[in-house]
Design a protein around this ligand. Structure first.
Ligand code: UD1
Ligand code: CA
Length: 465
């Protein structure tokens, strides 16, 4: 993790491109990679440098991007009305940048980029007292990237885009990541000098390289250790690939931090998730959003947790679904249980198969083991809620609350018609429809129909001919 504080560095994030190849109503940088928008990935990474400021260049649907990101104190929005190229995009930042040593230019569509790589770029740029430094890579397939052209002494002379390259230039395997560190003093004069006579009729940022050399300035290249980091997302095939690469990294990171992940290829763990040590994530689990899991838990197989909060030693058995719920320690859930938003379970609770809990508090040690709906309820500690119990919380227009005290026993197949209260230590007989408050202690049950016996009665028989 970074230790630097680059108070003399300005970051520019280029995010104005339309992202045509995504074929989407959403601007490209708002597409999510492992649950986090691409723009958030890159902003999170550059924030770690603690730069003086961050300028984000937007164009297409810029309001949507702004609305999504909000307004961090050190962030300036820059509008590029027409997407005339990457050089033109950086030039739009001129008004918002002053009093810095260097400008770091990154693209909004490379969510795999790591802060260590940016630190390496900035520090080597400064150590070599370079004016323009480009971050390069040797990817398995250089197709589509700008190629790094060097002279016989190995000095970078230009960067040639795929569409402008000759056959021999296309055979170069070293490519530009599109990421640069440029001395502020020289940057904008260079940007004003670039033209657009090329295959795409665009103002190319890479053209600052020959312009700087002509002006007697120095140009350096810094190679990335891992070419995957510059993988850009131009369409949804790339999106899936980048997500794959990131998923492997995230899972390995959790494994190194003491989490067991069984059959990792079948598991989804999003970027905002956190997991404690000695927790086991079994095959097919989806851990989504801001899900937080404590130590020594067991999850799965095939459980889905969305923005869930789990304390230590929680067992979530197969095929359970937990969303927006908080679960206390030593709790058992499932198999086939569903916890919905605002379910709050205290310690040592048991929630069994085909039980749904919504917007309800369940006290410590209480058990709701089979086929039950609990909604808009509060249940005290050490209760036993029998199979098939239903809190009837909804009259078609309004929701009502059920309040159950401590140490209550609710017999099977009971309907609690809310609003209703059940006192401490009460017992409710099986099959009751409870419409009025239940006093503490004793047995409460609704009237039962009488049981009859018809002697000699025979079940109809199938005709065996
Ligand atoms: C660019 C580089 C190429 C490099 C590659 C690395 C240029 C001309 N080419 O190509 O050398 O190998 O990145 O991924 O710089 N953008 C704007 N305004 C514009 C045009 C683009 O903000 O007018 C933004 C895009 O939103 C994107 C970034 O700049 O985030 C790069 O643009 P893109 O069109 O993806 O360039 P590439 O063809 O990938
Ligand atoms: Ca790109």
């Amino acid at each position: 993790m970074t230790t630097h504080h680059y108070s003399d560095l300005q970051v520019c994030v280029l995010a104005a491109g339309k992202g045509k190849r995504m074929r989407s109503n959403l601007p490209k940088v708002l597409h999510k990679v492992l649950g986090r928008a691409m723009i958030d990935h890159i902003l999170h990474t550059v924030e770690l440098l603690r730069p003086k400021g961050i300028a984000v260049v937007t164009g297409h649907a810029s309001e949507l991007v702004r609305e999504h990101v909000g307004q961090p104190a050190n962030l300036e929005w820059v509008i590029q009305d027409k997407q005339l190229g990457t050089g033109h995009a950086v030039k739009q930042c001129e008004k918002v940048i002053r009093d810095v040593r260097d400008v770091l230019i990154v693209c909004g569509d490379t969510p795999l980029l790591q802060v260590e790589t940016l630190e390496k770029l900035v520090s080597e740029h400064r150590q070599s007292a370079s004016d323009v430094t480009v971050l390069t890579a040797n990817p398995a397939n250089p197709f589509g990237y700008g190629r790094i052209v060097r002279d016989e002494n190995g000095h970078v002379t230009s960067i040639v885009e795929e569409k402008d390259a000759s056959d021999s230039e296309r055979s170069i395997t070293e490519v530009s990541s599109g990421i640069y560190c440029v001395r502020y003093e020289v940057l904008f004069a260079l940007l004003h000098a670039i033209g657009n006579r090329n295959a795409q009729g665009e103002y190319y940022l890479p053209d600052i390289v020959p312009l700087a050399l002509n002006a007697g300035q120095s140009v350096e290249a810094v190679m990335m250790n891992d070419a995957d980091e510059m993988l850009g997302v131009n369409d949804r095939v790339h999106l899936a690939h980048v997500e794959d690469v990131m998923q492997k990294k995230i899972i390995q990171e959790w494994q190194r931090r003491g989490v067991t992940v069984e059959k990792p290829d079948t598991v989804r763990i999003e970027a905002g998730v956190s997991i404690g040590i000695d927790t086991v994530i079994q095959a097919g689990c989806y851990l989504i959003g801001s899900t937080t899991i404590g130590d020594e838990c067991r999850i799965g197989p095939n459980a889905v947790l969305v923005d869930a909060w789990l304390d230590d030693r929680v067992n979530v058995y197969a095929f359970s679904h937990i969303q927006g719920a908080a679960v206390g320690s030593n709790t058992q859930i499932g198999p086939y249980a569903r916890l919905r938003p605002e379910a709050r379970l205290d310690e040592g609770v048991h929630i069994g198969n085909f039980v749904e809990v919504k917007k309800s508090v369940v006290g410590s040690g209480s058990k709701i083991n089979h086929l039950t709906y609990v909604g808009d309820a509060s249940i005290g500690s050490d209760c036993n809620i029998g199979a098939g119990t239903i809190t009837c919380n909804y009259d078609g227009a309004n929701k009502f609350v059920t309040e159950i005290g401590d140490n209550v026993f609710v017999g099977s197949d009971t309907q609690l018609v809310a609003p209703v209260r059940v006192g401490d230590n009460a017992t409710i007989g099986a099959g009751s429809t409870i419409t009025r408050d239940v006093p503490t202690d004793g047995l409460t049950l609704s009237e039962r129909s009488t049981q009859k016996h018809i002697k000699g009665w025979k079940r109809p028989q199938k005709d065996k001919r």
